[in-house]
Design a binder for this molecule. Sequence first.
Ligand code: ZN
Length: 261
Amino acid sequence: MRSSFSVVLLLVSALVWLSGCETVPQTGRSALHLVPADQLASMASSQFGQMKQDTRISKDPTYNARVRRVGERIAYVAGPDIPNAQWEFVVFEDDDQINAFAMPGGKVAVYTGMFKVIESDDDLAIVMGHEIAHVAAGHGNERVSQQLLAAGGAMALQLGIRERSRSEQQLIMAAYGAGATVGVILPYSRHHESEADEIGLIYAAKAGYDPRAAISFWERMEAQKTGGSPPEFLSTHPSGPTRIRQLNALMPRALEIYQNR
Ligand SMILES: [Zn+2]
């Protein structure tokens, strides 16, 4: 009796596991997404709305126009990978934050401090490509799913098979919150960062931005590390030399896309 129950549980778990597997666009890696994408997107959207109330939004017309222009071009080429995205590009006023982030569903923010390092639209395309890649690759969902598995185990596995109750909703919220560094910004793993670099570079090239800008941009970002703690955008990211080596390895493919588009 007990063993047959275990077998059933195992089968159900396997089913949920399989149904929760998604393929990451551009890289083909398979990733676990336990939370329905639309649910995560609506949670992110309301938290982004709260952030916009709590953070000073930049009125600088140049910054806003640039972020929107480059963001929209990249979002356009990423479109087939994430057809249900509701893109929104916002510039937050904080010159000390050399940072940018993206949330599930398509909310992207760039802090004004980032423009200390960004010299051209090609540079900005590296940042926007990277952030939009996090969204398209579903990294937020994967991080939440990993935390749900770690925290909730069996409960998390039931997510896909029955009506989501209020307590489950709270569990998702808690897991999401636990992974946040600044409110709702999920700290991605090194692997996610490298993957976002790779996909972002392809998006930038497809959108007509010179992917070679990535090398000098990340070198300048690295130079920001001197003294104090590294900028947040860097802190969870691969170390400079590793990142440059990975980008150089990807460059022939990105250049081919850029030159033959
Ligand atoms: Zn990142």
